[in-house]
Design a binder for this molecule. Structure first.
Ligand code: FE
Length: 467
């Protein structure tokens, strides 16, 4: 096991951090207040080689693995999660083309994006559904060798400024995931229009709007994934992008922690800096330990993805954990700042607003927990025997020093074995019997009267199983 980054990865972090501090941080508050799409910053990032991280080099992208992507995203998000969302939405939008596109589509679309500074958005969500991807209603009617799209997509990041959108629609909502197909939709196609920018609580520097599709004819060459395959492409996209969302959270939380430390060292109360008080020390200690844990989970998820493994579970854990950490840390940061945390002259108020979205977009925290609990209930391999079959043996007389052991004439086995209450876990041992319940030592379970009850929980005899 090795937790070190390579020399190249460290250099990449340094380069991304310098860009974040120089180009993103100074304008973060202004873009947030203006609720403006940071096109100038995105263009600078594109020129600096810090966009299109996951697009392969052969199509003009950075060709980074998930670890490298996570490193870059964390640094930019530390300066502004909203601007980071705008910059890295191209990686979300282009992922379906990388995953599901053919050679010609990749050459045509990805190259246009990387070489000509084009933006590509991603659209699964609709006014009536988000994380429930299989529940989409937007229709794709087969038409010759292409499709005609009708419907509305909602919450689409960068949609108002995008040149392309990876759009998912269904041939039949009744078919659920089996009906979902994917399309590359140039936004200048007839019938494609975008709604007004949706005003948000946080991440205001990212453009979010609806996309209305009215009889949009998609030629064969822009069909990305056939019905059924589209759902798989969308899910694989999330698997690839969730570690990056977790990295947004790490960057956001890290800055909130750093500003909290700065403030705690400077701000005085009752004659000394608030950093002298354990209440504050514990808060910042918790911040750092949680951020470190989030980071390990996120880098593990990214590493698994880079190894070509199924990183679905790790990505969900990383995304859920890290976004909760970002919310927790930014909330505590405001508390440390007191009244100054609640006002817009310091940056923690913005980070708090920005953090909330991390628990919602790209699969809510609840959806991530559905993924995790499904795994636990259906696939997780237990190390211990089943709870209701746990073995129980008596320790030897020597070990029970000072106690007089019951006189054992026959073993439990010879007396028909032990039985376990399936309600409370109490074990009936025939050697001991249940003297309080009128069952003499040496009574086999089968010989106990039917009206006997579990001495601990009162369960009936038929609720016991042999162990
Ligand atoms: Fe019981």
């Amino acid at each position: 096991m090795n937790f070190d980054l390579t020399v190249e990865q460290e250099a990449l972090r340094k380069r991304a951090r310098e860009f974040a501090v120089r180009e993103v941080l100074p304008v973060a508050a202004s873009y947030d207040e203006a609720e403006m799409m940071p096109m100038e910053v995105i263009k600078k990032a594109w020129k600096a080689g810090l966009t299109n991280l996951g697009i392969p080099k052969e199509y003009g992208g950075q060709g980074y693995g998930l670890i490298e992507s996570v490193i870059v995203v964390e640094e930019i998000a530390a300066a502004c999660p909203g601007i980071a969302t705008s910059i890295f939405d191209n990686d979300l939008g282009s992922a379906p083309v990388i995953i599901g596109g053919n050679k010609e589509q990749k050459e045509r679309v990805l190259r246009d994006i990387t070489e000509n500074f084009k933006l590509i958005a991603f659209a699964t969500s609709e006014p009536g559904m988000g994380s429930d991807v299989a529940g989409m209603q937007c229709r794709a009617e087969p038409d010759g060798d292409g499709f005609v799209l009708n419907g509305t997509k909602y919450w689409i990041t960068n949609a108002g400024y995008s040149d392309y959108i990876s759009i998912f629609a269904t041939v039949d909502p009744e078919k659920k995931h089996r009906g979902i197909a994917g399309f590359i939709v140039p936004t200048d196609l007839e019938g494609v229009s975008t709604g007004q920018h949706i005003p948000k609580l946080g991440q205001r520097a990212s453009n979010t709007c609806s996309v209305v599709l009215k009889d949009v004819r998609i030629p064969k060459e822009n069909v990305l994934a056939k019905p059924g395959r589209g759902f798989v492409v969308a899910m694989q996209t999330f698997q690839k992008t969730r570690p990056a969302v977790a990295a947004f959270a790490i960057g956001c939380a890290r800055s909130a922690m750093e500003y909290s430390i700065d403030y705690a060292l400077k701000r005085k109360t009752f004659g000394r800096p608030i950093s002298n008080y354990q209440a504050i020390q514990f808060k910042i200690a918790n911040m750092y330990k949680d951020i470190e844990a989030a980071k390990l989970l996120t880098y593990k998820a990214a590493w698994e993805g880079d190894q070509g493994r199924d990183s679905n579970l790790a990505s969900s854990i990383a995304k859920a954990f890290s976004s909760d950490v970002a919310m927790q840390v930014t909330t505590e940061a405001i508390q440390i700042f007191g009244g100054y945390g609640y006002v817009r002259t310091f940056p923690v108020e913005k980070l708090f607003r920005d953090a909330k979205l991390l628990q919602i977009y790209e699969g809510t925290s609840e959806v991530q927990r559905i993924v995790i609990s499904k795994f636990l209930l259906k696939q997780y391999e237990h190390a211990m025997p089943n709870l209701f079959e746990l073995p129980r043996e008596e320790i030897s007389i020597e070990e029970k020093e000072g106690e007089s052991a019951p006189k054992v004439l026959q073993t439990s086995q010879e007396l028909g074995g032990k039985y376990k209450c399936q309600v409370c876990g109490f074990v009936y041992d025939p050697v001991k019997g249940d003297p309080d319940g009128g069952i003499a030592p040496g009574t086999a379970f089968a010989e106990i009267p039917d009206d006997w009850h579990c001495p601990v929980c009162g369960a009936t005899k038929d609720q016991f199983s042999k162990i």
